[in-house]
Design a protein around this ligand. Sequence first.
Ligand SMILES: CC(C)(COP(=O)(O)OP(=O)(O)OC[C@H]1O[C@@H](n2cnc3c(N)ncnc32)[C@H](O)[C@@H]1OP(=O)(O)O)[C@@H](O)C(=O)NCCC(=O)NCCS
Length: 184
Amino acid sequence: MSESLSKINPNEITIERITEKHNIKDFQSYEKELTKFLVEDALENQKKRISVTYLWFLRNDELVGYITVLNDRINLEGDLKTGFREKGIQYHSLPAIKIGRLCVDNRFLRRGVGTLMIDFVIRIAFQVYERYSGCRFLVLDAKRNKENEVIHFYKKQRFIALKEREKGITPMFFDLVNNIKFRL
Ligand SMILES: CC(C)(COP(=O)(O)OP(=O)(O)OC[C@H]1O[C@@H](n2cnc3c(N)ncnc32)[C@H](O)[C@@H]1OP(=O)(O)O)[C@@H](O)C(=O)NCCC(=O)NCCS
């Protein structure tokens, strides 16, 4: 494997909630909307308690990615509803944590950062469940492009696609009960 694609060592990562003191101006993503969100909205949304954004630094210095999380729920419909009925769960919806945004800087793609960020949210969801509140799923809206690269990434993380609601967006979920043994 070439040096440029070697995996990032998780021990060299520090994670911080976004504050005014952070320098985020050098962050670059080919998904311009995600750079714009980080620069313009992430901190404001956090102050309004809409979401929390975690910045990922390599060696306390370089910003390699960010992830934004918030609370959500998943409506049980179709096969999902049938499956949960069979398990004796009759509710119309179940609690979830949503990955609102997830983005790795262009210079650090394909080095395992995205995968580490999914592990991080799984750990958050477990802490919520073990200490504070019910939480069954991770959910997100994956943006489709021509090669479906993002869908491929999330499928590799064991996310499952739900029925498409909007053009260009695939809602996906990760069942924390069924998948945890594969992840942590
Ligand atoms: C999607 C994204 C977060 C993945 O982050 P990453 O750190 O590059 O992903 P990882 O290195 O952890 O990849 C894990 C696996 O996912 C798959 N994968 C990741 N990126 C892929 C791509 N562009 N095409 C195909 N498969 C891909 C691969 O199987 C990869 O394993 P491998 O590199 O050993 O083959 C990153 O591409 C990104 O930030 N994209 C721009 C923003 C975006 O689209 N965010 C999602 C919004 S819904």
